[in-house]
Design a protein around this ligand. Structure first.
Ligand code: AMP
Ligand code: ZN
Length: 307
């Protein structure tokens, strides 16, 4: 079967939660990236492109390894000798355990785009809020692979650090802004108080504390029939990363907040809602996505302060 060149539906692979993305899908992700940049144009975000791996020490320090060990993908590499390898290499062809001399490295797969940013603030006292716009290919070793639950997916994030008051207001502002933006794309997100999937004994306590303090909100939209998934989240971390990475704001422990856009899930929600060919979507959706006015001309889309 030949695919239509405008069909953006991703292809599944032998690995659950790992998809191949056609050109039309990549074009859609590019349009989403540009639309988020326009949305963020009134604030001076510093743009950083984040690689798909991060220092293991940073992720340990951030608390991710302790709270989500089941989701963390570690990077291992060969630590044996050439003599060991002469013995091990034939096992590849036999389907045997050729990897018994692999050892954990100093890198892990990046689980969320915002983590590297906090580490850059180590030791600083912020007299003004700082803002970053980041995007990365993320990895999480999810236990299931229903539609929208990928193991590798692209996440764009807007991140800020500053005082508690600034972060609280910023998170409120962005929660509303992202919900409104998704509406312009013809999606109808439900805004839900949420928690993170902490692992192990303290799980219930951490989740209850997160909810009681209203730290996490998710914007949920169906990505398949009867299957709503979080396509974006707005998070307040209080002083968690300020403590972990030793930065302050106006002399007190620094606070942080982030707004995460699950680019793949937004794309999947749009494809589910409007059909598999973005080129055929209703014109108002195309206009909202591409920042074009009703007559199809480009609006002022150049950001004065980075993107
Ligand atoms: P979180 O840090 O869990 O709030 O994730 C931020 C956003 O990334 C979510 O709102 C989703 O849109 C997206 N996301 C998280 N996990 C996955 C996944 N397994 N597959 C696809 N997208 C995901
Ligand atoms: Zn984040």
């Amino acid at each position: 079967m030949t695919r239509h060149p405008d069909d953006a539906t991703p292809l599944s692979t032998a690995a659950p939660g790992v998809q191949l993305q056609p050109a039309a899908y990549e074009k859609l992700l590019g349009a989403l990236r540009d639309a988020i940049a326009r949305l963020a144009a009134d604030e001076p975000f510093e743009r950083l492109v984040v690689p798909p791996v991060i220092s293991r020490a940073t992720i340990e320090r951030a608390g991710f390894a302790a709270s989500f060990p089941n989701l963390l993908g570690t990077v291992h590499s060969y630590t044996g000798t050439a003599a060991d390898w002469r013995r091990l290499s034939p096992l590849i062809a036999e389907g045997g355990d050729w990897h018994t001399r692999q050892g954990i490295s100093d890198l892990v797969l990046l689980p969320a785009a915002c983590y590297p940013v906090y580490a850059t603030l180590d030791g600083r006292d912020l007299t003004e809020p700082v803002r970053f716009s980041v995007e990365a290919q993320c990895f999480r070793q999810e236990a299931t692979a229903e539609p929208g639950r990928l193991r590798t997916f692209r996440m764009a994030e807007l991140v800020t650090a500053g005082t508690a008051e600034h972060c609280q207001q910023w998170r409120e502002h962005w929660l509303g802004r992202v919900a409104d933006w998704l509406e312009t794309l013809g999606l109808k997100p439900s805004v839900e108080l949420a928690d993170d999937p902490f692992f192990g004994g303290g799980r219930r306590i951490y989740q209850a504390a997160q909810r009681a303090q209203e730290l996490k909100f998710e914007l949920r939209v169906p990505v398949a029939d009867g299957l709503p998934q979080a396509i974006a989240s707005a998070n307040l971390h209080k002083d968690h990363f300020g403590e972990a990475f030793a930065f302050t704001a106006d002399g007190a422990t620094g606070n942080t907040a982030c707004t995460a856009f699950g680019l793949d899930r937004i794309a999947l929600a749009l494809l589910h809602t409007h059909g598999p060919r973005p080129a055929d979507w209703p014109q108002p959706i195309g206009n909202a996505l591409n920042g074009t006015a009703q007559n199809g001309t480009a609006q002022n889309s150049t950001a004065p302060n980075g993107d």
